[in-house]
Ligand binder design. Structure first.
Ligand code: HMG
Ligand code: MG
Length: 317
């Protein structure tokens, strides 16, 4: 099997990452992070969400964040749960929204306070209204490989929710392993099932890394021909409605893996690492990215060699 020669990274850290960090970053700092991610060559970035600030206080002020982003050559998206969120997103001048359904009834209820069916009806209106304003819509399916409340999820449910999102006019569907429980073969088989109702270039994969399977899952899915991968700078975040879920797979780790396979992303790893370091400094935390940790260790090793006057034997970029 081969993998695509080019992969599109959808950076979800400023939304999915920051929505579950203990320290809430100001809209200004969120914009600064997005500007740094853009400087690293990331084109598609989820900039925030227009949801209830009681439900997710970290995303309050997304309109202010958007106003501070240097927008050239960027595709910015925001999450919206209803028409109210869409109205706010339109007022902020976005070009793209994302609606988020689930393959688990209990998760749907906990996350957006309605059933899957109700959410799909609501999103059909939201997507139609967005498109009427020339705004495109992405659709998420959460809990595709497992639910924190219901456990195993029937793949047929994932296929039907993904199909409904595309049918209502979403240009792409992102398959979310919200709690990071899936493994590579399971992930690949699911993508193959969804690919029976959707072209591969309209399917994205969205892995959280709770059990350390995310990179393996991505690789397994790339072998199906999928070429759109969601990831979060420094592996920030989790999900406030999925207890115990870790952050998304780290963008640095995905880009490193892809570089090692000669897969184009258009992203500079050095600049990405700098953006991740900036985010972690603001959040007063260490990066979950293994690549960031390795580069950090290498940098401090070189410093200590310099201090002792010895020469480092560490080689490479
Ligand atoms: P509800 O309580 O059913 O809504 O919540 P409501 O219409 O009864 O309104 C309740 C209050 O929220 C009202 O305020 C509304 O005005 C306000 P009050 O009168 O009490 O002061 N409200 C809003 N405020 C701002 N923006 C809005 C909005 N809508 C209502 N758009 C609702 C339903 C969906 C609003 C709520 O449950 C909510 O906001 N949930 C947010 C969920 C969320 O953001 N989850 C995280 C993202 S999902 C995720 O991370 C998974 C993903 O990454 C994929 C994966 O990993 O699988 C995407
Ligand atoms: Mg997520």
């Amino acid at each position: 099997m081969s993998v695509p020669s080019r992969v599109t990274i959808v950076e979800v850290g400023p939304r999915d990452g920051l929505q579950n960090e203990k320290l809430a970053l100001s809209p200004q700092m969120r914009a600064e992070l997005i500007n740094r991610l853009a400087a690293a060559g990331v084109i598609r970035i989820e900039a925030g969400s227009f949801v209830s600030p009681t439900a997710v206080p970290q995303m309050a002020g997304t309109d202010q964040t958007l106003a501070l982003i240097l927008k050239q050559n960027l595709r910015l998206a925001v999450l919206v749960p209803n028409l109210r969120g869409l109205a706010d997103a339109l007022a902020a001048g976005v070009d793209e929204i994302a609606v988020f359904a689930a393959a688990s009834e209990t998760f749907s209820k906990r996350n957006i306070n309605c059933s899957i069916e109700e959410s799909l009806q609501r999103y059909a209106e939201v997507v139609a209204e967005a498109r009427r304003h020339g705004v495109s819509a992405r659709g998420y399916v959460s809990c595709v490989l497992g639910c924190p409340y219901e456990g195993a999820i029937d793949g047929a449910r994932v296929v039907s929710v993904a199909g409904a999102l595309l049918e209502m006019g979403c240009f792409e569907v992102s398959l979310g392993d919200t709690i990071g429980v899936g493994g590579p073969l399971q992930a690949r088989r699911l993508v193959e099932r969804v690919a029976r109702v959707a072209p591969l270039d309209r399917i994205a994969v969205h892995f959280h890394d709770t059990y350390g399977q995310a990179l393996a899952n991505i690789f397994a899915c790339l072998e199906t021909g999928v070429s759109i991968v969601d990831s979060s700078i420094a592996g920030l975040g989790g999900c406030p409605f999925a207890p115990g879920a870790a952050g998304n797979v780290a963008t640095e780790d995905v880009v490193y893996m892809l570089q090692r396979m000669d897969v184009e992303t258009g992203v500079s790893l050095d600049r990405l690492l700098a953006a991740g370091a900036f985010a972690c400094a603001q959040l007063d935390r260490a990066p979950a990215s293994r690549v960031a940790q390795a580069y950090g260790a290498r940098a401090s090793l070189s410093k200590s060699y310099a201090a002792t006057g010895l020469r480092s034997t560490t080689r490479g970029k």
